[in-house]
Design a protein around this ligand. Sequence first.
Ligand code: DSN
Length: 411
Amino acid sequence: MIDEEIFRLMEEEREHQNKTLSLIASENYTSESVMHALGSVLTNKYAEGVPELRYYKGCKVIDKIENLALERLTRLFDAEAGNVQPHSGTQANMAIYFAVLNPKDYVLSLSTVNGGHLSHGSLINFSGELYNFVHYGVDENGFIDYENVEYLAKKYRPKLIVCGASSYSRIIDFERFKKIAESVDALLMVDMAHIAGLVAAELHPSPVPFADFVTSTTQKTLRGPRGGFILCQKKYERIINKAVFPGIQGGPLMNVIAAKAVCFAEAMTSEFKSYISQVLKNAKEMAEKFSELKFDVVTGGTENHSFVLDLTKFELDGEQFSRMLEEVGINVSKQTVPNDKLGWKQASGVRIGTPAITTRGFDTDACDKLVDLINLVVRDFDGSKEYVKSEVAKLASQFPIYNYNNKHVDD
Ligand code: DSN
């Protein structure tokens, strides 16, 4: 039976994605090979446990798939060990906390308002409820305040320090974080979800040599399926595996694990490195062009795939502006700016990211054009709306979603 209602909605969403542009820094478009693995018979199989140590029988092929995913993951990031089972980045973070913390233990992390993730101790998340998170912040220019990290580490002597962010456009000094962690006998966890693709392409410093644990998603700059993974030193492998299953999850999603394996292989190619290099060029170009047009770019620019526009001077908040952009076919996420007074529901800014448009083939000229259109929206929404809408539609059809090379990994 074909579920016509759902099929129709899937087609509607396909058309929506094709006709609009996503500047959401955490979004991307996977390859057809990744989607092929996702929609496969692998979804039929239960495989609780780890390869060669399963609770259900019939896992011989499944074991080969998970071992291949693991081997590719650890090779891609040059890590000693890993786990490919976390259903998401939050599950990966939860597994680390479950493995090394007791309820009420102190943990140090970047606050959500300054770019940290919900699972880094937000009070509306399990992490903030179970553990005593203390937050370091950013300075008045939006840069991580390492002296504040050091001060808080000495004051609270946390068991774990978390770095990595959902919204931070500068390179994080992992070595400095490691030194701070060592000075107070804390463990260091790096959540590299946003920058994983940049690290894989060796166009961003890797946290692996410095962190006890690295967590990530696979769907962002890495351009894989929605899912998570963990990297760690060999000595932590057993406690991490136990924390993931049976600690916080049941059966792994084997179709997703196969899709992760495809994504890891794709990320090893020279095409992927060129793609990430263009993601970085496009982000830099857009941040510079916004600055020329007198927008306030938090930290004054970017060293990765994303940046934040502070809209305060336009008397607009992030919620209002992202709604205006949605009306003309551009999707962004609202974002709090450093030490924001407005809170997350309104937020004083929007986050801009280039991974998705770069997958569609955007070069710096197309990015300039897009910035000009966004500039029109901010300065004269009513007067420019229809024009911008039609120009966005033109850009979207000029750069269709599946125009990039969907080769099978072993072609
Ligand atoms: N929600 C994601 C983001 O947009 O950054 C993080 O998981």
